[in-house]
Design a protein around this ligand. Structure first.
Ligand SMILES: Nc1ncnc2c1ncn2[C@@H]1O[C@H](COP(=O)(O)OP(=O)(O)OP(=O)(O)O)[C@@H](O)[C@H]1O
Length: 660
């Protein structure tokens, strides 16, 4: 029984419904050790027959039997294995992979065997030595002559130790010297016991073989035996094949990435800028939120909240609106705004409230030192709600003392701290029990200076000192606001809600805005703004996605032949998809790393630059932000490469090999 048998092979091409028969029933048998040349007119069907023998063409009629086993052309996986183990291809136009060295080209075929890395390297070197290219191992195909390229291709075809070597016009692009050298190599391969089938137009090339077949009109019309077939050595050690290793697919993707340096550098730069901007905006959002919280914490203690008596009947008014109404009512109907003991006790009994501190706030206070008058300001009693950090010089106001605003103190004299201990006069407006205005004109020792920052100027006395002045002038001494202490920071919001719900005579009793709520609103707005900015920055990621799509498409078209060669060597369609997906993934990963690095440097630079101004790290990139950016970058690369990689994987091998 022959090693390779073709029985009644028929093949037609169709143009619409019109049939163009190419092979009209071919019966042939081949043995190992034969060197068979196929001659024939152009368009006679030689290449078509080769593709069928080589397991590239699946649409034909008839039977191909190899070593007694029928080859099932419907099973793609089996054909992949068949090409990997049994067939070696040599093409007229060499079809070497241009971004791999000669050694790597041969190794690519060996990467589909179970040999170890060292064994693969040794075998690739030995094969290139055998074809006379030991000095050119690390050169690229573009650095070789045509004859040398074809010898690399022969070494690659031999790498997996196939039984059948198919060469379609292997000398078509070579001069006579190189032709002889290549034919000698092919003859040597046949002598080693392989079946060599060569398609040629040249009678002299055909004469090299052991048998000549002539094709015309899709049939073998002549067959001539020139010599005996070569003896097949027995028990030759065979290589075991395996699918292309995934590490090799990564290596190839990386090699191609390096080969197209400039193009990929630009894409990576574009994507990295996108990643950088997204991270920086998210980090800026964190920083601004942190900054606001920090600023507010520096001014007020979140565990103390201001509460005033409610004066409006409008139940739908927000707590802030009701507080505003009370502030206005102080000037027109003062007695409606004061809180007596019973009211303060009521507050104290609210679940979550740990203590209640009564206090007073009066507007239209004017301070006078020498002839330096202040603007009309508010004077208020010290509340535990205030942060001690607001006192910039001196100490808290004790009995008979007052804390004055630092900016005003500076206006009085430049060495303003020398004012501590000096007496200052001031007046403010209060009310008597009949709601008539009473001017409190008094004086106090300056205890120190405050800086209210964003919340404005702060003039502060202790409540009992203020009450004394009020009493002396027959003004109402009841509190007009209270600070409630809520020790459990998490309970602040809920406790304030309870206070706002308390009612008497059908209207709410109190009004109080939780600073925590305001803060969380501000923080929500800041987060939103930073997400919007990050999303805008994300547009550049979209652009990079488009760039990846375009380059992967371009890459697929440029590398169509490479795809064909890899398939002919036995790579599976999913290996081809992996090749392009991996390259896009590498771009995504490198972009993320570069983007994160620039963002990290940017964060340091921006924080250093702004630290003098705000004493706060305004960009605070979190680990979560970084992970988010990496995931987005990789996802975009994956999604962008999805369609082009699939297209590459689905390419028909014969068409791919015929690509220009
Ligand atoms: N994909 C295809 N679609 C339609 N017709 C095709 C296709 N491929 C090949 N043919 C036709 O099939 C016939 C045989 O082509 P094939 O390439 O096998 O011939 P060949 O003998 O190898 O020719 P040459 O010596 O010029 O390479 C030709 O007439 C060709 O036009």
């Amino acid at each position: 029984m022959a090693f390779l048998e073709l029985q009644n092979i028929k093949k037609s091409y169709y143009l619409g419904k019109e049939e163009f028969p190419v092979l009209n029933g071919i019966d042939l048998s081949f043995d190992k050790g034969e060197f068979v040349s196929i001659l024939g007119e152009s368009g006679g069907g030689k290449s078509t027959l080769m593709n069928i023998i080589g397991g590239l063409d699946r649409n034909f009629e008839g039977i191909v039997e190899v070593n007694g086993d029928k080859l099932d052309h419907r099973q793609e996986k089996k054909l992949d294995v068949y090409r990997r183990e049994t067939i070696g291809y040599i093409f007229q136009s060499f079809n070497l992979i241009n971004y791999q060295t000669n050694l790597e080209n041969v190794e690519t075929s060996l990467n589909m065997t179970t040999l170890s890395a060292a064994e693969r390297k040794d075998r690739a070197k030995a094969l290139l030595t055998k074809v006379g290219l030991v000095e050119h191992l690390h050169k690229y195909p573009s650095q070789l002559s045509g004859g040398q390229k074809q010898r690399v291709a022969i070494a690659r075809a031999l790498a997996s130790d196939p039984d059948i070597m198919i060469a379609d016009e292997p000398t078509g692009a070579l001069d006579s010297v190189n032709t002889t050298e290549v034919l000698e190599l092919l003859k040597q391969i046949a002598e080693e016991g392989k079946l060599v089938i060569v398609v040629t137009h040249s009678q002299s090339v055909a004469e090299y073989g052991t048998r000549i077949l002539h094709m015309a009109d899709g049939k073998i019309d002549e067959e001539k035996y020139l010599k005996d077939k070569f003896l097949v050595p027995e028990n030759t050690k065979r290589l075991t094949s395996r699918p292309l290793k995934s590490s090799s697919i990564w290596d190839m993707a990386f090699d191609h990435l390096k080969y197209k340096k400039l193009q990929n550098f630009l894409i990576i730069l574009g994507s990295a800028i996108g990643v950088f901007s997204v991270i920086i905006f998210l980090g800026l959002g964190n920083g601004i939120k942190g900054y606001i919280t920090n600023q507010v914490d520096a001014l007020v203690n979140p565990n103390y909240q201001s509460v005033v008596r409610n004066t409006t009947k409008d139940k739908d008014a927000s707590a802030a609106e009701r507080m505003q109404a009370t502030a206005q009512a102080r000037a027109t109907n003062y007695s409606s705004t004061t809180m007596n003991k019973a009211m303060l006790n009521r507050l104290d009994n609210v679940q979550g409230v740990d203590a209640v501190y009564a206090g007073g706030q009066f507007s239209n206070a004017v301070f006078t030192y020498g002839n330096v008058k202040s603007q009309p300001v508010q004077i208020q009693s010290w509340s535990p709600q205030f942060s001690k950090k607001t006192i910039k010089a001196g100490h808290q106001a004790k009995s008979g003392e007052v804390l004055i605003d630092q900016a005003y103190a500076k206006k009085i004299q430049s060495n303003y701290q020398a004012l501590i201990g000096k007496t200052i006069s001031f007046s403010y407006m209060a009310f008597d029990s009949s709601n008539r205005p009473v001017v409190i004109a008094t004086s106090a020792k300056i205890a120190g200076m405050t800086d209210g920052g964003q919340s404005g100027a702060m003039f502060i006395q202790n409540w009992s000192t203020m009450q004394n002045d009020l009493k002396k002038n027959n003004a109402v001494t009841e509190a007009n606001y209270a600070a409630v202490e809520i020790k459990d920071t998490k309970a602040v919001s809920a406790t304030m809600k309870r206070i706002n719900k308390l009612q008497s005579n059908g209207m709410q009793s109190f009004a109080g805005v939780s600073l925590t709520d305001i803060l969380s609103t501000i923080n929500t707005i800041t987060s939103l703004a930073s997400y919007v900015l990050a999303a805008i920055a994300g547009i550049s990621l979209l652009v990079s996605a488009i760039m990846i799509i375009v380059t992967t498409y371009m890459s697929v078209s440029e590398r169509t032949r490479e795809i064909g060669v890899l398939r002919a060597l036995g790579a599976r369609s999913k290996d081809i998809r992996g090749l392009f997906t991996n390259e896009a993934l590498l771009i995504g990963i490198i972009s993320a790393v570069v983007g994160i690095t620039i963002a990290y440097i940017g964060q340091i630079l921006m924080n250093t630059a702004l630290n003098g101004l705000i004493h706060f790290s305004i960009v605070q990139v979190s680990v979560g932000n970084v992970i988010f950016a990496v995931v987005i970058s990789i996802l975009i690369a994956l999604i962008a490469s999805f369609v082009p990689s699939r297209r590459a994987a689905k390419l028909n091998t014969i068409d791919a090999l015929a690509a220009d």
